[in-house]
Design a binder for this molecule. Structure first.
Ligand SMILES: Cc1ncc(C[n+]2csc(CCOP(=O)(O)OP(=O)(O)O)c2C)c(N)n1
Length: 191
């Protein structure tokens, strides 16, 4: 499965969610499929997309929050999994695209290439719903099930280590930051 195909398969569903991505390849791929004011690309702060998603999910319980993460990023902030489990926001779906690689900085292998199991670590941290999927059909079914389940989910999608040719887009960091903040301010705080 290619990550771009996986994001394309759920892009329609993301219109109605708050979406936070990590930097680099994922951010550029999502933007290439169509940017929305409800999409925020967390540039540079590697490992903290799930933490930003957690804060938004807790402060906007009526919103459905989706984090698009990477294996290298999750491995840099494993404590983030325990914090997610501790607060258990039922409106948060944490997708980890596991390409077993730090693709955005040259493709060095991560520990998942030698067997470390992110879904297993998420389950051990106390995240109630976890799964690992390897095909596009399984990914879309598991993603839809996560949205429908209304509980905290970490969904690991094993994907090929391929990405876009470049990661720089014409959406400036500050433009994205202010647009996204305006979007959040317009959302209700209670369900
Ligand atoms: C604290 C910190 N260290 C290093 C980097 C450089 N960096 C940017 S993207 C990236 C790799 C991210 O890997 P992963 O989450 O697996 O996503 P992928 O690039 O494979 O899509 C690295 C190391 C950074 N942005 N921040």
């Amino acid at each position: 499965m290619k990550r771009l195909e996986a994001i394309a398969a759920i892009h329609g569903r993301l219109q109605d969610c708050i979406v936070v991505t990590i930097m680099g390849a994922v951010a550029a791929e999502l933007q290439s499929l169509g940017h929305r004011p409800n999409f925020f690309y967390l540039q540079h702060a590697m490992g903290l997309a799930s933490s930003v998603g957690l804060g938004i999910a807790l402060s906007k319980p009526a919103a459905r929050v989706v984090v698009l993460d990477g294996d290298g990023s999750v491995l840099m902030n494993l404590g983030g999994l325990t914090t997610l489990a501790r607060y258990r926001p039922r409106n948060l779906t944490h997708v980890v695209f596991d390409n077993e690689s730090l693709l955005s900085v040259g493709g060095f292998p991560t520990a998942t290439a030698t067997g470390s199991d992110i879904a297993g670590m998420a389950a051990a941290a106390g995240i109630p719903r976890t799964a690992t999927v390897r095909t596009l059909d399984d990914f879309t079914a598991a993603f839809d099930a996560a949205l429908a389940a209304d509980d905290l989910t970490t969904l690991v999608a094993k994907v090929e280590a391929v990405g876009p040719a470049g990661f720089v887009t014409d959406l400036g960091l500050l433009e994205n930051r202010f647009q996204f903040a305006r979007h959040l301010r317009g959302l209700p705080e209670t369900p």
